[in-house]
Design a protein around this ligand. Structure first.
Ligand code: PLP
Length: 373
């Protein structure tokens, strides 16, 4: 399939996934695969090995692919790794941390939820105190980049505390893995979750988990769901050399393999991080120049997505702002914080400096002479 004959997208997605992909990634969708054939299973094994190498150079780690969006991957970990006698500490500072707490509640897992508020980062000192005060806590879960606000959470510092206390550490690195340099050992993570349609820049359809193998091996018969049994999925992939238990998203998997090749072509995670970071800095500078204010102070910002305060004007209407920008070729994202009126602009995906420059001109173009949008 020649990627050049594919039509251009009608607009650029400035959203935290699904995101704008390259034509070469979309072209990879154009053929069918047999789920038990070696051709396909070889791709799965290649992807699994590549994901582990992206996350660490050390031995002792493995990966599992799981059907469904990112949340399915998080739920498969939460539901599969905590024993009945265990207890989960959830560190929350936004909707995605709270989603982990909801999963734990619905799975009836014994838990403690520590909410730091949407504009504050989880505090490692507080985590140390909680772990010391409650020896029953066996696992700690937190989000790396809290996509609600765009905040980059101090996972390394928390990971150090969790490891020192001898507990298992689960990191939702959904919106950061592949876009921000990290290692399993640097984070002291035992389980790390991400998905196909975030910084690796594939299309949606599956999530993946990178795990310390010795931890995962101990999770047999722990799962609270059959479809989302992480150990069973891993065991089947290992034994069947890339076989999934149930129907796998074959086209999405093939496109993801192409996306991984393009990550290498770009220069790996470091180079992609640089592009995201430079684009986010340009976005913030440009939006401030137009009178917008960010929700977070600069040190908290991730290069992934940025939350802006809605203009303090009775004439502002998000729906109109959104539609006007969409007409000019850009789709932005609504806000998600509870305490403030915001909108968000993501810059992950096949988005480049020129796109941000054109976006800023479009934003200026939809504001009237008095600066109203
Ligand atoms: C995108 C995302 C998820 C998963 O969301 P899905 O809609 O299920 O793909 C989970 N956590 C974070 C931090 C995310 O950004």
């Amino acid at each position: 399939m020649d990627p050049n004959i594919l039509p251009d997208n009608p607009y650029l997605l400035l959203t935290p996934g699904p995101l704008s992909t390259t034509k070469r990634v979309r072209a990879a969708l154009f053929r069918d695969w047999c789920t038990w054939d070696d051709d396909y299973n070889g791709i799965v094994q290649h992807i699994r090995a590549r994901l582990v190498r992206l996350a660490t150079e050390r031995p002792g780690y493995t990966s599992v692919l799981m059907q469904g969006s990112g949340s399915f991957g998080v739920e498969s970990v939460i539901g599969s790794v905590i024993p009945r006698s265990g207890k989960l500490l959830v560190l929350a500072n936004g909707a995605y941390g709270q989603r982990i707490a909801t999963m734990a509640r619905m799975l009836e897992i014994d838990r403690v939820v520590e909410d730091f508020g949407e504009r504050a980062a989880p505090d490692p000192g507080r985590v140390a105190a909680l772990l010391e005060g409650d020896p029953g806590i066996s696992h700690v879960a937190m989000v790396h980049c809290e996509t609600t606000t765009g905040m980059l959470n101090p996972v390394e510092a928390v990971g150090t505390v969790v490891a020192a206390a001898g507990r298992t550490f689960i990191v939702d690195a959904m919106s950061s893995f592949g876009g921000i340099p990290l290692t399993m050992e640097g984070l002291q993570a035992d389980f790390l979750i991400s998905s196909a349609n975030k910084c690796i820049q594939g299309v949606p359809g599956f999530s993946f988990v990178i795990a310390r193998q010795s931890e995962l091996e101990g999770c047999r018969d722990r799962a609270r769901s059959h479809s989302l049994d992480l150990w069973d999925q891993w065991n089947t992939m290992e034994a069947g050399h890339g076989k999934w238990r149930f129907t796998s998203p074959t086209h999405t998997v093939r496109a993801f393999d192409q996306a991984l090749a393009e990550l290498d072509e770009e220069g790996g995670v470091e180079a992609r991080h640089r592009r995201y970071r430079d684009n986010q800095a340009l976005l913030v500078q440009g939006m401030r120049g137009l009178g917008f204010q960010t929700l977070l102070a600069d040190p908290h910002h991730s290069p992934i997505i940025t939350a802006f305060h809605s203009p303090d004007s009775p004439h502002y209407d998000f729906g109109r702002f959104y539609q006007n920008l969409k007409n000019r070729g850009f789709v932005i994202y609504p806000g998600k914080v509870t305490g403030a009126d915001t909108f968000r602009i993501g810059n992950i995906g096949d988005v480049h400096r020129g796109d941000i420059e054109r976006l800023l001109m479009a934003v200026a173009g939809v504001m009237d002479w008095s600066g109203r949008v």
